[in-house]
Structures are given as C-alpha cells and as structure tokens.
Design a protein around this ligand. Structure first.
Ligand code: MN
Length: 327
C-alpha cells in the first residue's frame, strides 16, 4: 500500500475539525482547548498505529468521540475521554500521565474503559458475569458505558476489514451484551443499528434480502403512511397542539425475528413499520393528551386490544414514556 502522508494528515485534520463543529453548540469557555490537547496527545500516541483497514488509527477515536457528541449527546468530558480511550491500553501513555494532564475525572473514565476491555478477554462463556461487571461500572460513571457503546458501534460499523473469526466473535458479543445494554439505557437508535449490524455479519444473505425488500417497498409504504395520517392530522390540528409525525420501517433485525418466530416470509410480516406521533405539551397535560390522541387514532382504525402498551402510567425504568398500539 502506498501512503500519501500529506493527504492523510489533511484527512485527519478534516475529521478533527468536523468533530469540533459538531461539538460547538455544547462547548463552554476553554473546552475547545482541552479537546485539542486530548486530540494532540492521542494523535502522537497512536502515530505509528493503523487499523486493520490500513487507515490511521486516530480515525477510530475521532469517530468514537463524534458518536458520543452527535448520537448520544454527551459533552466535553466524554469527548476528551473518547479521544484517549485506547491510549492507556495500546500505547506507552500511562494512567498517571492522563491524570497529571487532564485530572482525576478523565483518568477515572479512561481507567474504567481500559478495565471493561479486560473483562472480555475470557471469552463468551462468562457473558452473564461480564454483564454484571459492566453494570457495576455503570453505577460509578455512566459515561464509561456510553463511551464503550460508541466504541463498539464504530467497531461494528468497520467490521468489514476484520478476519471472519474476529467478525463473528465481535458480532456475538454485540448481540449478547451491547445491544441489550443500549436498550436498557434507552438508546434505541444505537440498539437497532447494533442488531442490524449483527445480522449483516452473521447472516449476510438474510440481511441483504430483507434490506432489499424494505427498499423496494419504500415508496408504497410512504404513500400508505401519508394516507393513514390524513384524518388523524386533521383532528390533531383541531386540538391546536404542537405535534410531529414520524413513520419508519421496523429494523431489519426485528423483521427477521418475526419471520423466524412465526415462520413466515417477509411479505406476511404485517407490521413492517411504525408511526410515531410526538406531542409537545406541558407536563401536567401530557398523560391526558396522549390518551386523547389514542382515542382519535382508534376512532378511525380498529385497535388490537392485546397490543396496547401503556408506558405513560408506568414508565420504563430508563424513563421511557409512551403509548403503543397496533391498529
Ligand atoms: Mn476503541
């Protein structure tokens, strides 16, 4: 492989600037300077390392930091820790260096991240134990788990360049540990992507076939959602409230689970998509309003009473509050 060092340097700086741009709205005075310090340290520490794909290693911590800020909504402390999350394990930098340069809080998070990695060295037979340990760490500083999830998400997104046996090991760990963890923390988009990536690397044929069918039916589905919403839109507008409607297909993994559990082909999975009605209202009115909207929906479409889930009266332990139904 021929490496154009100048071009690579430009690309690294470009990615670093992109991270800063995304973090900008949440930065306080002095934060940018600290992020730069962490980036400079990581860049220097990893300078001779490459990923399996041949890319400079620093692309990875930069991507993990970007996931933290953009997809999880974390702040400066996490960005700094994400940028340096692999330096203690993989380079000559020691935890005491981190503590001296960035303080106790950052050092503790990086220590947690390094330790979680050690937990997996024993293989998959200890999953339950690993899970317990991870949750234990969680109580110390939840950011350790969140950055670890960002780390895993990026590793799953770039799993292509790994050898087959490694792909399977990482994918299995992901489905047993990280996806449920993301679910428990209420990070649904990340949970879904992890599950879909798992399927992509463990059963590529099934994955591609479902992905292709979702794609092929997109136009018809969007049209259906639009039609479906017309009368509801009208009624909601009469209520004079702020609302937003989102329709989206179910994840590839969840469609596959349905097909497998009910032993049916793609064409017979009836709930291929979900529609979300998001209401913007005051805290004291939200419960009543949700039920009012439920009542509007069921005026037009017959609900299946077995499919009603009320997470408003009893929210999920991660704080999720919503009404679900199938009509
Ligand atoms: Mn990493």
């Amino acid at each position: 492989m021929v490496i154009d060092a100048e071009l690579e340097k430009k690309e690294i700086i470009g990615r670093y600037r992109r991270l800063l741009r995304k973090a900008k709205p949440i930065l306080n005075d002095g934060d940018a300077k600290l992020i730069k310090k962490a980036f400079t340290l990581a860049l220097e520490a990893h300078k001779d390392m490459r990923r399996k794909s041949g890319e400079p290693f620093i692309f990875h911590p930069l991507a993990v930091a970007e996931i933290c800020v953009e997809e999880i909504g974390l702040g400066t402390t996490s960005i700094i820790a994400a940028l340096m999350h692999d330096v203690v394990e993989d380079t000559d930098i020691e935890l005491t260096d981190i503590e001296r340069l960035f303080g106790k809080k950052i050092a503790r998070i990086i220590d947690g991240l390094t330790k979680i990695r050690g937990v997996f060295e024993y293989g998959t037979s200890q999953q339950a134990e690993n899970f317990r340990k991870m949750l234990f760490t969680l109580s110390e500083d939840v950011r350790v788990i969140l950055i670890k999830l960002a780390d895993r998400l990026h590793n799953m997104r770039t799993l292509d360049s790994m050898p087959r046996n490694k792909q399977l090991k990482v994918a299995n760990e992901t489905i047993y540990l990280y996806a449920p963890l993301a679910h428990r923390l209420g990070l649904n988009a990340i949970k879904t992507e992890l599950e879909d990536l798992y399927l992509r690397f463990t059963d590529r044929a099934v994955y591609s076939s479902i992905a292709q069918k979702i794609d092929a039916t997109r136009a018809a589905r969007n049209k259906f959602i639009k039609q479906f919403m017309i009368p509801i839109n009208e009624e909601l507008n009469k209520l004079n409230i702020d609302f937003e409607i989102k329709g989206r297909p179910k994840s590839i993994h969840s469609i596959f689970n349905k097909m497998r559990k009910q032993n049916i082909p793609f064409e017979e999975v009836f709930d291929l998509f979900a529609i979300r009605i998001i209401l913007d209202t005051s805290l004291e009115h939200e419960k009543a309003l949700c039920w009012q909207v439920y009542s509007i929906v069921t005026d037009f479409y017959t609900p299946n009473p077995d499919r009603l889930r009320d997470w408003i009266s009893t929210p999920k332990s991660n704080g999720y509050e919503s009404l679900h139904t199938t009509v």
